[in-house]
Design a binder for this molecule. Structure first.
Ligand code: ZN
Length: 173
């Protein structure tokens, strides 16, 4: 059993300050272990954490990795079934006997109902055909898609869908 010096409360700040400032500005965990090997006081860990949080040198020089990522903005839950779908392609390792190279995965966001549609390629035209043949008859055409596809792909996709469903864009001035 090691003997540790029990530090009165009016000297705690000086003790933590001395060790932290003279030992390379340890982070709270390392500071606590260094202190705990030599000294004892009841709230040492909390005091070490608090001191590291408020140390002026640490705040100016240490990189806070906790703030390096942009916050996530999850999509809201749709209000009803069949109004929002998410979509992506799963590329197959080899071409099937029917000539398909990928599976178009379309998931209805409210229920999580998946549609797995084998497709010969990943073009906007083929994807539009699959949507018109497999999704529109089941769910209607009042829907929106979320996909990780580039904007020009989605633009071409909806142009193809509109042509197949004979939907024309109306402009009002
Ligand atoms: Zn510091």
């Amino acid at each position: 059993m090691t003997k540790r010096l029990c530090v009165p409360s009016n000297f705690r700040h000086d003790m933590i300050s001395y060790v932290h400032d003279n030992c390379g500005h340890y982070a709270a965990q390392s500071l606590f272990h260094t202190l705990a090997a030599r000294y004892y006081c009841k709230s040492m860990f909390a005091d070490a954490v608090e001191y590291c949080k408020t140390c002026d040198v640490c705040q100016r020089t240490k990189i806070n990795y906790g703030h390096r990522y942009a916050p996530l903005h999850p999509l809201s839950v749709p209000d009803e079934v069949g109004t929002r779908f998410s979509m992506d392609h799963k590329v197959l390792t080899h071409t099937t006997a029917a000539g398909n190279t990928a599976v178009l995965v379309i998931v209805e966001c409210f229920s999580g109902f998946p549609h797995l549609i084998p497709v010969p390629d990943q073009t906007a035209d083929t994807t539009a055909r699959a949507i018109v043949q497999h999704i529109v008859p089941l769910w209607g055409f009042n829907f929106c898609y979320t996909a990780t596809k580039p904007l020009h792909f989605l633009s071409a996709l909806f142009a193809h869908v509109n042509v197949m469903l004979v939907i024309h864009q109306g402009l009002q001035s």
